[in-house]
Ligand binder design. Structure first.
Ligand code: GLC
Ligand code: CA
Length: 541
């Protein structure tokens, strides 16, 4: 068997620094806030922290528009704070995963400021410029944030490419100099002793815009192999690529160890299950639990030794999972635990998004004035112009908008949930008096302790990391049950993903209960699963 890697045994916690903990009253989370909360994170048991971008940025897209890769955003603190965070985390066996955003920079990055100076500027070719076609945009490529992906630069009469906002011009990876600059910057961070990189929309760097190719371009994997050899390949770090549209076959290209690219990717197939086919994420559809079973099971069984899974329910771009696929009213605690148990007993590296471990919920708005996120704001204007009913657009934003996950962490029941003593940059969810970290820590039955236990099980039971997965096929549609098996043990995971009682039966015999979210049964024969009931039992062999 191949040598095992630390990241195969890790549990990662994602921090969205802007919303984590403010320490100086400016309403914006900061690095000091993260340092101050390391005890909490250690108590949860996670072993790596992925920080959404902390680099200098004008914040058109909250840090995903970087103007200096080797400087810290002023609101977040200083490079000394960053070094301290890396060291103090390491003392607790927690590694820091940096967000690597190299598909694009900010338009305020010096490279772009130079590039805009004219066609002869040495930095011009760091970005993607094209002449107008028939007096207009070069082609019909669209931006993820609505409208055309091309923006006219009046001074030169050329268009530049931006697959995201016009303040996020795309870098030109075909230019060898760009790639070398990126590698140098990555080595700057690796030399600081970080634990790896989460690679923002990395599937786009091989784009061929003239052919309309954005994701999975022909040179993508050459670039990643080159990057691996020039940077992290020499370090004991993890890398996880954000790869929308990855199939298991594509995931193997990235993460088969023999190819020397990435450790693993985020696949998003399950994330697309509650949108209408061939439509945008805003075009809503109810999730069919049987689709979720099919998709997650496919990913569990298809990578084998040719890749490694990441396991996640939500992140800073998606709604809160308990509101999305759980029940954030009557069964908030039960469903949050059920979803946690379902995911954390699977094979792969789990990611917990900040606040998920206390069951934080979506935070609906009633008007576009309450929305901060550029994606939602642009989409609202776009759909309004196309004649959509504003009520429907707000509904989509409340279900899928990114601000849902970005409201500040609710630490206690003080004003603003203890996130800040000032005015928070984004409204705090009004349910903070009920849902907060302090309350969770004081309640032995809280969601927090379910996560803590799941992480402990992963640390103490090799089966959770390595065991083979098999779905129980003939259960009710809304019952998700699977086994994990290794040479020594076998467990059965049973989860009722519904608000109704469901029947369940199996021939397995219980040896021992590992974890549960309500009283667990003594037998598996002809039982009634309560709404959102979930348990993991070791079974006799
Ligand atoms: C990724 C990030 C998202 C960002 C986008 C552009 O999808 O996760 O937050 O807006 O890339 O960088
Ligand atoms: Ca602050």
């Amino acid at each position: 068997m191949a040598k095992t890697k630390w990241w195969q045994e890790a549990v990662v916690y994602q921090i969205y620094p802007r919303s984590f903990q403010d320490t100086n009253g400016d309403g914006i989370g900061d690095l000091r806030g993260i340092i101050n909360r390391l005890d909490y994170l250690e108590k949860l048991g996670i072993t790596a922290l992925w920080l959404s971008p902390v680099y200098q940025s004008p914040n058109d897209d909250n840090g995903y528009d970087i103007s200096d890769y080797e400087a810290i955003m002023e609101e977040f603190g200083t490079m000394a704070d960053m070094d301290e965070l890396i060291q103090k985390a390491r003392q607790r066996d927690i590694r820091i995963i940096m967000d690597l955003v190299v598909n694009h920079t900010s338009d305020e990055h010096t490279w772009f400021v130079e590039a805009k100076k004219g066609r002869e500027n040495p930095y011009r070719d760091y970005y993607v410029w094209r002449d107008p076609v028939a007096g207009g945009v070069p082609n019909d490529l669209g931006s993820t944030f609505s409208g055309s992906a091309w923006e006219l630069d009046e001074a030169s009469g050329q268009y530049y490419l931006h697959l995201f906002s016009k303040k996020q011009p795309d870098l030109n990876f075909e230019n060898e100099k760009v790639r070398q600059e990126v590698y140098q910057m990555m080595n700057f961070w690796l030399d600081k002793g970080i634990g790896g990189f989460r690679m923002d929309v990395i599937d786009l760097v091989g784009k061929e815009p003239d052919k309309g190719i954005t994701g999975n371009g022909p040179k993508l994997h050459d670039y990643l192999q080159e990057m691996n050899h020039a940077t992290f390949g020499k370090h004991d770090v993890m890398t996880v690529g954000e790869t929308w549209g990855a199939t298991p076959e594509i995931a193997k290209l990235y993460s088969n160890p023999t190819r020397e690219e990435l450790s693993m990717v985020f696949q998003f197939e399950h994330i697309g299950l509650d949108q209408q086919e061939h439509q945008e994420k805003w075009d809503l559809k109810d999730l069919e639990m049987k689709d979720l079973k099919t998709v997650l099971s496919k990913w569990q069984t298809s990578l084998g030794s040719e890749g490694w899974n990441s396991l996640f329910w939500n992140n800073h771009d998606t709604p809160r999972i308990v509101s999305r696929w759980g029940n954030d009213t009557t069964y908030r605690v039960e469903s949050a635990k059920a979803l946690a148990i379902l995911l954390h007993m699977m094979k792969g590296t789990p990611y917990i998004y900040q606040g998920e471990e206390i069951g934080m919920t979506n935070c609906p708005v009633s008007s576009i004035d309450e929305v901060e996120d550029i994606e939602s704001v642009n989409m609202y204007a776009d759909r309004l112009a196309k004649g959509y009913d504003p009520k429907d657009i707000i509904k989509s934003i409340n279900v899928k908008g990114r601000d849902n996950a970005r409201t500040p962490i609710q630490w206690n029941k003080d004003a603003s949930g203890g996130f800040t003593t000032g005015t928070p940059w984004l409204h705090v969810n009004p349910n903070y008096e009920l849902i907060n970290v302090e309350a969770a820590l004081n309640d032995p039955n809280s969601i927090f302790y379910t996560y803590q236990k799941l992480i402990q099980l992963r640390k103490s039971e090799p089966l959770v990391i390595w065991g083979d997965y098999a779905l129980l096929e003939d259960t009710e549609d809304k019952v998700f049950a699977y086994t994990r098996t290794d040479n020594n043990k076998q467990i059965l995971v049973v989860v009722n993903l519904s608000n109704e009682v469901q029947n369940f039966t199996s021939d397995y015999e219980i040896k021992e209960t590992w974890i549960k979210n309500m009283a667990a049964p003594n037998t598996l024969k002809n039982i009634s699963l309560q709404p959102w009931q979930a348990f993991v039992v070791e079974v006799k062999r």
